[in-house]
Design a protein around this ligand. Sequence first.
Ligand code: ADP
Length: 468
Amino acid sequence: MRLRLVLYFTLIVLVSVGSMVIIARYSTAREVRAYMFRGGMVGVEELVSTLEDYYLRNQSWQGAESLLSSPGFGHGRRLGSQGNATPGQMGMGAMMGQRLRLADASGRIIADTAGQNTNSPLNSVELEAAVPLQAGDEIVGYLIAEGGAAFDRNDEVYLVSRLSRAAMIAATISVVFSLLLALFFSYRLLLPVHALTKAATQLAKGDLSGRVVVEGDDELATLGKAFNHMASSLQRVEENRQAMTADIAHELRTPLAVQRAHLEALQDGVYPTTTDNLTPILEQNLVLTRLVDDLRTLALADGGQLHLECKPTDFPDLVKHVVDRFTPQANAHGVSIKLSIENPCPPIAVDPGRIEQILGNLLSNGLRYSSDGDQVELKVSSTSKAVQLTVRDSGPGIPEDSLPRIFDRFYRADRSRSRIEGGTGLGLAIARQLAQAHGGTLVAANYPYGGAVFTLELPINREKRPEN
Ligand code: ADP
């Protein structure tokens, strides 16, 4: 890419310098020629006014050629290049080496002291350099005085070639400098690209820690930021994947070990094969089954494959149903459940089974963290856009540092207590995924007077199920 950039730079430099040289050469030649002509004009003011007077008197140029060769005209500041002519031999202009030409209003030559080209038209350069002769406001002819200057045709060629040479040298120097600059700039320009290539190669080899240093605010800096963002996301996903694998292995180990110990004891005859001795094995099997079910639900939600069987549902009724299911368990622990419905809710299209799963998780957590005499309070309310359920307990609440993480998979604020009580650390992660699959939200907070509050919000009119 650097080579290509340098080539592009070179091409641009060559084209611009080349065109500059061509234009400069052309306009220099033109200017030199015009200057030559103009040079001859200095000192012919007297002849100009004589010619103009002549035309005014005669209303024509007939016989005017005699004026060009009359002595007394054309002298002035200029020095003739043919300094050997003497006054009196010819008109002063011609005597000083000047060639005088008179043209009519259309530019056709009518008199020439060199005796050539009469009747031929002046070319555009000559016309541009000629002194217009006026009768009143009207241009009636042109006077060209040339050759009296320090320039002749050879001088012109010499001067133009010298100027061209100088232009070529200037062009060569600027090409060399431009190429050096092109090399430098392409090197600088490609530095971030090299850094990106290096970091991307590192990433491709599996090292996700590679980042690029981002400087400035241009397109390459934006690309660098996007790359860093992508690398961070990949790293986070990879860390989560590794943590999840480790967590799953960890969660499987305990129930499997318990089952194995019991089975070995039964096999060795340490325990008699009775229903009582089979119960712990069955319990651990249930733990494993639940874990596998939870993991499957999460995997489906992650892949956007979670199938919801949505139908119009009376949300308060559904909550009542779940509360009834948990009441015996709550009563057994001396905990009461209070349900209040703030205002009537319109039916909402949800998958009742999945919503029950969310409510079941929130209620069982609420009961788990409540003590004898505590109350778990559920409040249902609705707005024109959403229905809301809050589940508040009067337990210890969630440690502040754990609040941002309790929806993470396998996260438990109090590991030992949660596991003993059968928690896998997946309940809230699943509940939030299910809420999101319904287009809703699930958030947690601590109640100012103690206890945790979970708020589930579900939209009443969900346009499209988000792809998680
Ligand atoms: P688990 O199955 O272990 O309960 P959850 O995902 O349901 O997993 O909860 C994650 C963690 O959040 C729990 O381990 C606990 O530390 C915390 N938690 C959940 N609900 C409550 C609550 N009502 N009060 C206090 N802490 C809670």
